[in-house]
Every structure is written in C-alpha cells, then in structure tokens.
Design a binder for this molecule. Structure first.
Ligand code: A3P
Length: 304
C-alpha cells in the first residue's frame, strides 16, 4: 500500500493592514532547518522565542533574541530590509509569524511551533500591550508608508469593555482571532507542526521544553539544562526583558518589562460576568468546533 500523500497548505491570499505585510513570504528563501513560531499574538510568542534560543544556544545569556528572531510579516521595518537581514544569518533561524496558515507560504521542511492561549487571557494581555503602546508604536504602524486600510486605533474603555469589543469585532483593532486558531488547528497533525499550549507550558515548562527540543531534533546539553530552563522562567525573562522584547521595548511605555507583564492566566475570572463567559465559550465552539475550543481553553485534547 502506498503512503498517502501529505496535503501541504497553500497560500491563497495576502493579508495587509496597519501591522501586516504577508507578501514577504512570497520572496522569502526557506532553509531546510528553519523554525517558524506562530501564534495569534499575546499567547507566549516571546516565551517560545526564548525557549528556542535557549535550546539552540545551550543556555547562553545575553543573546539578542528579538533581533535574531524577527516577526517576518510585520510591515515595519520594510520587507526588503528584513529579507536582507535574515539572508545574512548564519545560525539556525527562528522567526515569528502572526498570520493564519492560508496567508503564509508553508515549507514542508521547516518546523512550525504553534502556541495557543484562551482568548480571554489573550484579550487581557492585549489590553496591557495596547494601553501601554507608545507614540512611537502608533507612528510606526500608521505612518510608515505602505499601510493598507484604516489606521490602528487607540484602545477604548476598561479591560472588560476592551474584551467585549475584541470579541464582538473578532480581534479588532488588531486582526481576526478565530481564523488564526482554526487554520493552524487544521494542520496540527502535519509531521513538521507541533502544538503547544500556554497553560501546559505554565504547568510543566521543562517537560514541554524537552518535547520542543526533540521536535526540533536538537540534542539537549544536560550539563546546561538547569540554566536553559532557568532562562525561560517568567522571573528571569522579566528581569532580562530588554533583549527578548521587540525593539528592546521601545514601543511601550515602561519599556520591555511592560511587555513581559504578569505571566498568568485567568485574570478575567472575577471580572467577566457569567454571560460574558457564556458568550465567549459559545462563540469558540461555533468558530472552532468542540475539540479545538476545548484545547484552546485548557490545553487538553480529550474531554476529561
Ligand atoms: P501577560 O500579558 O498575560 O502577562 P506574546 O509574546 O505572544 O506577545 O505574549 C506575551 C504574554 O506572554 C504576556 O502575558 C507575557 O507576560 C507572557 N510571557 C512572556 N514570557 C513568559 C514566561 N516566561 N512565563 C509566562 N508568561 C510569559
């Protein structure tokens, strides 16, 4: 019997906005050992970049991880600059993307790490990210030539109001939430895709990190393992935030430490009403189906 052919995802559209320029993927030269870290956003992207850098570089301190691991589809700086920079990299490359699968070019050889987090935690994290965005942030996304569509708006209201708008308007004013989770979920069983959940990383970071290293085919240097793990903890990352946060934190009031904010889930628990939660959970099942909605909320594949 012949092995069934793998159906590799195909790019079917461009996504361009105040933040995105998906066309970079059309001109990007993959290397076979590239690593792509993907999340909707505020789901542990920076954490995963730190984990990957620590695994690849044996726990080395002071690495400029944010510079080494650019957000490829962010439209600032322009793609010509970014493409030149990544072409020059000689280490194993690891990038981040916040696009849905159908807006990227997918390589059958690269490795993809997708990280999920409950949408309520994402919105809580976004509220901090957005309310502390500096003037420079708005200038970068709104005034850099090439913006497609309306400007990026400032946040309105308190965190609960913010969450309600984000849910009602599906990720507004950033980008749609559900299609990101859904399109990645649909390819979760491909041999070069690994799904990781923020909650599982919180509950057993060393265990999840070993799975990630095995997936990336990187043998663990056991002598360095305690340091590798230590450098991925919240406390270490908060203390050493500058190197890991985009542009060293220059885009946020309070700098990089504002970005590595609380590192906890469920801050919404006593703030959202039962009706808010019911509405969110119902929408999650409608958009994602039961299995994916359960995974997104808990990190578990099977009902317990
Ligand atoms: P909070 O805002 O809830 O604290 P992203 O990198 O995708 O933008 O995600 C940012 C979120 O990941 C922030 O969440 C940040 O605090 C959290 N984070 C970063 N490093 C972490 C770590 N080592 N442990 C736990 N959470 C971490």
């Amino acid at each position: 019997m012949s092995t069934p052919e793998v159906m590799w995802p195909k790019k079917t559209r461009e996504y361009q906005s105040h933040h995105f320029d998906s066309t970079i993927w059309n001109d990007f030269n993959f290397r076979d050992d590239d690593i792509v870290i993907s999340t909707y956003a505020k789901s542990g992207t920076t954490w995963m970049q730190q984990i990957v850098s620590q695994i690849l570089f044996d726990g080395q301190e002071g690495l400029p991880t944010a510079d080494m691991s650019p957000w490829l589809d962010m439209r600032v700086p322009p793609k010509e600059m970014k493409l030149q920079d990544v072409e020059k990299q000689t280490h194993r490359r690891f990038f981040k993307t916040h696009l849905p699968v159908d807006a990227i070019v997918f390589s059958p050889k690269a490795k993809y790490l997708y990280i999920g987090r409950d949408g309520r935690d994402v919105a809580w994290s976004f509220y901090n990210h957005h309310t502390n965005a500096s003037e420079l942030y708005y200038q970068a996304v709104n005034d850099t030539p090439g913006r497609v569509g309306p400007p990026f708006e400032r946040p309105k209201g308190d965190v609960v109001e913010y969450f309600r708008t984000w849910l009602e308007k599906n990720g507004h004013p950033y980008w749609p939430f559900w299609e990101n989770v859904k399109t990645w979920w649909e390819i979760r069983t491909l041999p070069n895709v690994l799904f990781v959940h923020y909650t599982n990383l919180k509950n057993d970071m060393p265990g999840e990190m070993r799975k990630i290293a095995a997936f990336l085919d990187v043998p663990i240097n056991e002598d360095k393992w305690p340091a590798i793990v230590e450098h991925c903890t919240f406390d270490y990352m908060k203390k050493n935030a500058t190197a890991t946060v985009p542009l060293n934190g220059a885009l946020w009031v309070g700098g990089a430490e504002t970005f590595i904010h609380k590192g906890t889930n469920g801050r919404w628990t006593n703030m959202l009403s039962e009706e808010d939660c019911r509405r969110y959970e119902q929408r999650a099942v409608e958009e994602l189906g039961e299995d994916c909605a359960r995974w997104l909320a808990t990190g578990q594949y099977e009902a317990s």
